[in-house]
Design a protein around this ligand. Structure first.
Ligand code: IFM
Length: 434
């Protein structure tokens, strides 16, 4: 029987994985997360400690990615290593990241570089972190320094990873450092993140004049009304969608900061500060209007009853990726899926997750949406913030006692897709996914 190609992706498509410094490097002991972990705040009682020891093993880890036919990798620079004390740059750390980037390039892995991925140097958190306006100046200086020292030849930049998630978990839910539950503080943090993004955007472009692309990685979730026929659920879902999904992007495109962060504040420096759209997508939530439920802030997030969920209870909803991509079309910008992944104990489920999401992405590309790359989260199992090491997102299993890496079946499947630039019927059948 003739083998037929099911889904072909563009020949220059970027296939890779994403990771962040604190989650994989190990011994990032000069930031607010390390301090938080020492206070016993992590659900499974773990601390990041040596993590995946990627700080020492980066070269072999990247060699493995190359063997898996990836042609790109998203990583983050640890601010607390580069600037361990306010205004003091660490030459050793610069040398280290130069070696990391050189290793990626030598293996044909195009770097996508993130400047801020949830962690803050202790000197910054001790003076109020993102709540205080001076953070904008500090972040601009750090972005400029990284661009000058490490930026040569780096085309893809992310200033801040998931700003809204950061503000929510750290200042509303209070489960990440500094552990506050203060809505107004969260709005101040978001305002400073917007201004800091804008300053970093201009700083990077003023140093690198060779057409690099700068954006931020936005965590999008689908918010649907729990009851489609309830005007209250629908209105609430619309509002949450605006605040969580659309607010930040709209501000960076139009230069206006909307409520609840600011009262239609015009910030010319913010206008047009997205060269591409970076989408982190994992799941969907149903919204129920619950005005009388104590402590509910007028709404409750519900996982759709009966829906398939991952290890963390997040709904697996591949069609959501298509819906998001379709919504970005109006911006007429290149799009990268800067994260998409699943925590699971069942690796077949991971393979199925990847195939199902790639199918949706392919549909979008076929429909004329300019998606240029896909970064699975993550290459390795790693430190999942408040959840510790228990959830496993990796294409490669990590034995944290020995640091032994073992490529999972899903990792082999993704390698085949990346290597051939297509999903074939054979791949689907061979792996038992339908
Ligand atoms: O591990 C995180 C990552 O740091 C940011 N995006 C979501 C991932 C999974 O929760």
């Amino acid at each position: 029987m003739q083998k037929t190609a099911v889904l072909n992706f563009p020949p220059d498509f970027l296939w890779g994985t994403a990771a962040s410094s604190h989650q994989v490097e190990g011994n990032n002991n000069n930031n607010d997360w390390w301090e938080w972990e020492q206070q016993g705040k992590i659900n499974d009682g773990s601390v990041s400690g040596p993590a995946c020891d990627h700080y020492n093993r980066f070269d072999e880890d990247f060699a493995a990615l190359r063997r898996q036919h990836h042609n790109t990798h998203r990583l983050s620079i640890e601010w607390s290593r580069i600037e361990p004390e306010q205004g003091r740059w660490n030459k050793q750390a610069v040398k280290h990241y130069k070696a990391v980037l050189a290793s990626l390039k030598s293996k044909g892995l195009k770097p996508m570089l993130t400047l801020h991925h949830f962690t803050n140097p202790l000197w910054l958190s001790r003076q109020g972190g993102w709540e205080q306006p001076q953070v904008v100046r500090f972040f601009k200086r750090y972005a400029r320094f990284v661009a000058e020292e490490l930026g040569e030849g780096i085309e893809l930049w992310i200033t801040i990873n998931e700003p809204v998630v950061y503000a929510f978990e750290s200042y509303i839910a209070g489960i990440w450092p500094p552990g506050k539950r203060d809505f107004k503080a969260a709005m101040r943090v978001l305002k400073h993140m917007l201004l800091a993004h804008a300053e970093a955007y201009h700083a990077i472009h003023s140093v690198l004049t060779d057409g690099c692309k700068v954006s931020f990685a936005k965590h999008y979730r689908i918010f649907d009304p729990f009851c489609g026929c309830s005007i209250f659920d629908r209105t609430m879902a619309y509002v949450i969608d605006f605040i969580f999904n659309r607010h930040f992007t709209k501000a960076c495109i139009g230069g206006t900061i909307y409520p609840p962060v600011a009262l239609f504040k015009q910030v010319p420096r913010l206008k047009n500060t997205l060269d591409y759209i970076g989408i982190n997508y994992y799941s969907r939530e149903m919204i129920r209007f619950t005005p009388f439920k104590p402590g509910s802030d007028f709404f409750t997030l519900i996982t759709r009853p009966g829906a398939p969920v991952n290890f963390l209870g997040w709904e697996i909803y591949p069609y959501g990726l298509f819906r998001l991509l379709r919504k970005q079309k109006k911006y007429k910008k290149a799009i990268y899926i800067t994260e998409n992944g699943i925590a699971t104990e069942n690796d077949e489920e991971r393979g199925r997750f990847i195939i199902e999401h790639l199918k949706q992405m392919h549909c979008a590309i076929t429909g004329g949406i300019d998606v240029r790359g896909y970064y699975y989260w993550s290459c390795l199992d790693n430190f999942e913030w408040a959840e510790g090491f228990t959830p496993r997102f990796g294409l490669t299993h990590v034995d944290y006692k020995t640091q032994k890496r073992t490529l999972r079946g899903s990792g082999k499947l993704y390698a085949e897709i990346a290597g051939r630039g297509k999903i074939t019927g054979d791949m689907i059948l061979k792996t038992g996914y339908s």
